[in-house]
Write a protein that binds this ligand. Structure first.
Ligand code: CA
Length: 641
């Protein structure tokens, strides 16, 4: 009885604050009930996140309990318009309401939690105060949690254990997703890779991720706990060969990255959100106006042995024929081609308006990958010398592979490579790597990260080809929603081999290949096409690929369900591309409304028959601006004007 009374006394003193989205539909409630900072989230009056923990354990003390909400700054308006041509949407308008809530312990203010709520996103971060004479700290634990309703289901991929996989290069965000699973699990014991998608029963969808991570913090993951609770996980100690630190250091006053929650009754807010970019700022100016676009690469069909002068020259000719802007010269070019011959190739490419990207190994002491060039990108002296050479030869960009850690030290390496590359006019693609967390806006020469089970796996295993459509219907709703995705696909080969007879068999259709060229977003796309496609692929498919854009003004969710099918639309200038794919055994028939086209407008429809034979025809949009589409299993459809 006494303890119940005591509890009542504490609760009676609890302070509760509410923050509403501009349209009033999303409500965030911040509380210090029982001395534990917490928050909850509702959409349209329905609970999307139950009372969820906030707080930090620092080397200075445990600031997850015994805390009180002492002060708040409310009615903050955030309104901003910015341009981000390398993301899913070029012109972005931010409109959100903010509040800053200060928490104290033993009479001393420790941190504030800064929240913003837009009509589709909730974000928060910690601003930790200096405690004279203490002006730095170590974050031992971040208690930030997300408590899903118990009947929610999950669409997650497990975080891999450290120093595993090919040449001890994990974690590299390449595990398989499980769809519509129950809450209460924890992957392979090490939580889940961001972003994490949840379905709130029949009420809607929730996407949880983070943004604004640079060399001043670690890349987080979600740890699955009991009763639907997920909390921020620190990097695993074994990453980076056990070196570096799992716990980040912060200069004080200092801020953590943003924790992001995107929610909606449908998947539209998840597909269309720009939350990864809205609350971060560019960290430097671009050194030049960069060129993006398409490219080809021999490695996906030809593997290591074909990174030689003659084949790369052939790919330059192929890119030129396809009107592509680049060729990616993959691993081992330093020994199999050499720097002098790379200059010759770059000069040859210039005569055909085709620029080169060069592949590098990131290591370092954190993987066993033998592919060279090695031990250049991990050190500022060797890196800058190499980049100076690349600039003198006219290389367009680099693709750096095999990182395998989210520790603060590795985040610093990503940032240092980007900053140096900008100085030498180079674009940067990361592969075998972490998720980009706002990097499109933070680093103007950043292109994309892999951080997905990418096209290379189709060359490695037939079972991956068998499951290609299943995986492809997940990415537009999860991985690709928060950042550019270097998937490296869209092949028109029937087999993953130059002779197009041997090698793993592609199960998806040619129209599927066109659809994912639009569906998977990255401002630079190195397609898996090969020179033989000029003669052995359908002319309508080649023509489409010659003209497909890689930068977009807008994206619209149309329909879909992760793991089953996906339909979305992207706009480039005044051209709309409505694309769909289907992974289900049954052919789907959808009557979709397309307000981007006018009644009676003639558009092109690329579609598959039941045998996955593709064709293109002109169709007329009807008076209701509706089109009926039919997509067989492993097939696709594309509608464009
Ligand atoms: Ca990979």
């Amino acid at each position: 009885m006494l303890s119940a009374l005591a509890l009542f006394a504490i609760n009676a003193n609890a302070t509760e604050k509410q923050l509403l989205s501009p349209d009033g539909q999303i409500t965030v409630t911040i509380s210090d009930s029982n001395g534990c900072p917490s928050y909850s989230v509702k959409l349209g009056g329905e609970t999307f996140l139950e009372n969820s923990p906030l707080g930090l354990v620092l080397d200075l003390g445990d600031y997850t309990k015994g805390m009180s909400l002492t002060d708040s700054k409310e009615n903050i308006k955030m309104e901003e318009t910015y341009f981000l041509p390398t993301s899913k949407q070029n012109k972005i308008e931010v409109n959100s309401n903010g509040g800053i809530y200060t928490f104290a312990k033993d009479g001393k203010n420790i941190y504030s939690v800064e929240f913003y709520v837009s009509n589709r996103d909730v974000v928060f971060r910690y601003n930790i105060f200096a405690q004279n004479p203490t002006y730095c700290c170590v974050v031992k634990e971040e208690a930030s949690g997300f408590k899903l309703p118990s009947n929610a289901t999950t669409f997650l991929c497990p975080q891999a254990t450290p120093m595993g996989g090919f040449a001890r290069t994990t974690p590299s965000y390449e595990t398989h997703y499980t769809v519509d699973d129950q809450v209460g699990k924890n992957g392979w014991g090490q939580g889940y890779t961001f972003p994490c998608l949840f379905k709130n029963a029949e009420k809607g969808w929730i996407l949880i991720s983070e943004t604004g991570v640079n060399g001043r913090y670690f890349g987080g993951r979600l740890m699955g706990k009991e009763n639907g609770l997920y909390t921020i996980g620190l990097p695993q100690e074994g990453e980076m060969n056990g070196l570096g630190s799992s716990t980040p250091g912060l200069s004080l006053p200092g801020s953590t990255p943003w924790r992001t929650i995107t929610l909606g009754k449908t998947l539209a807010p998840i597909v269309e959100t720009t939350v990864a970019f809205d609350y971060v700022k560019p960290l430097y100016e671009p050194s030049q106006k960069f060129t993006y676009g398409r490219g080809s690469w021999s490695w996906i069909i030809g593997m290591d042995g074909n990174t030689n002068y003659d084949i790369q020259k052939k790919y330059i000719d192929f890119s030129a024929e396809m009107k592509f802007e680049s060729v990616l010269v993959d691993a081992l070019w330093d020994t199999q081609i050499g720097r002098d011959k790379i200059k010759e190739l770059a000069d040859y490419g210039k005569t055909k308006n085709v620029a080169l990207y060069l592949w590098y190994n990131s290591n370092g002491y954190w993987n066993d990958a033998p592919q060279s060039p090695r031990n250049i990108m991990d050190n500022s002296i060797t890196r800058r010398k190499e980049m100076k050479w690349m600039q003198s030869v006219g290389i367009r960009g680099i693709k750096v592979d095999f990182f395998g850690s989210d520790k603060q030290q590795m985040m610093q390496l990503y940032e240092d490579i980007l900053a140096d590359a900008n100085d030498y006019g180079l674009l940067v693609i990361f592969h075998g790597c972490t998720l980009p967390r706002g990097w499109e806006r933070m680093y103007p020469n950043f292109v994309a990260c892999e951080a997905v089970r990418a096209s290379e796996n189709l060359a490695f295993g037939q079972n991956e080809c068998d499951n290609e459509a299943f995986c492809a219907t997940i990415h537009p709703f999860v991985r690709n929603t928060v950042g550019s995705m270097d998937w490296g696909g869209s092949t028109l080969n029937k087999h993953y081999n130059y002779d197009n007879i041997h090698g793993n068999t592609r199960k998806t259709s040619d129209v599927f290949a066109l659809a994912i060229a639009v569906m998977f977003q990255s401002p630079v796309q190195h397609f898996a096409m090969a020179p033989n496609n000029l003669t052995d692929a359908p002319a309508w498919a080649i023509d489409f690929m010659k003209n497909v854009p890689t930068t977009w003004d807008e994206v619209k969710f149309i329909d879909g369900y992760p793991g089953k099918y996906a339909v979305l639309a992207r706009r480039h200038g005044d051209k709309w591309f409505v694309v769909g794919i289907n992974a289900q055994k049954e052919t789907i028939k959808l009557n979709i409304t397309l307000p981007m086209f006018s009644a009676n407008q003639t558009v092109k429809l690329y579609s598959d028959d039941a045998q996955l034979q593709g064709s293109v025809k002109d169709i007329k949009i009807n008076k209701k601006q509706q089109v009926q589409i039919t997509i067989p299993c492993n097939g696709g459809c594309v509608i464009n004007n």
